[in-house]
Design a protein around this ligand. Structure first.
Ligand code: X6L
Ligand code: MG
Ligand code: MG
Length: 167
């Protein structure tokens, strides 16, 4: 089994319901072991779009990285994501942040994400569930990386969704 970390984001429609649908869909396919609280976050990249809800999950899986990526894209599509503007509004975004301590650089997959250390909207929820995970490239813990970013624009929104434990 491999421990993986996921980042979830949504800024269209019923954002809380979109996150819930993603957590349920993921729990049906992976062994989800931890869910972070939900944060409301100011948009990055394209700033003229609605605020996001962001959260992170820890899971265990036997799926290899590219099969996992295919599953995440399938779930995004099932929740209603349509291909659109690259950094624009979306119903759901499910990003693979870490796959164990592996470093993967292919056309489709870039793990760890090169911009993760700058993104408070990922680091803040990730620090809640994986503070001691050591970034495989930077050699620093998530807690240390989270303490270095400006947390402005990242506000607690709701407690962690309850995990439907399925086997
Ligand atoms: C210059 C150019 C500076 C581009 C930053 C940053 C682009 C982040 C894309 C950037 C730049 C992104 C989310 C988001 C997006 C999210 C919040 C992205 C991809 N996804 N903002 N913006 N939460 N708060 O999940 O992360 S688009
Ligand atoms: Mg993303
Ligand atoms: Mg994505």
């Amino acid at each position: 089994m491999h421990t993986i970390y996921l980042g979830l984001g949504t800024n269209l429609g019923d954002r809380a319901a979109n996150l819930q649908a993603a957590v349920v869909g993921l729990a049906e396919n992976l062994c989800v072991t931890a869910a972070s609280p939900i944060y409301e976050t100011a948009p990055w990249g394209i700033t003229d779009q609605p605020d996001f809800l962001n959260m992170c999950l820890t899971a265990e899986t036997e799926l290899p990285p590219h099969e996992l990526l295919t599953l995440l894209k399938k779930l995004e599509k099932e929740i209603g994501r349509v291909p659109g503007e690259r950094w624009g509004p979306r119903l759901i975004d499910i990003d693979l942040l870490f796959y164990a301590h592996q470093i993967i650089e292919t056309e489709k997959l870039n793990i760890p994400h090169p911009e993760l250390p700058e993104r408070a909207f990922v680091l803040r929820p990730l620090a809640d569930i994986a503070p001691n995970f050591v970034h495989p490239v930077l050699g620093e813990t998530i807690a240390v990386l989270a303490a270095k970013v400006d947390g402005e624009g990242v506000r607690p929104f709701a407690p962690a969704p309850t995990l439907e434990l399925k086997q």
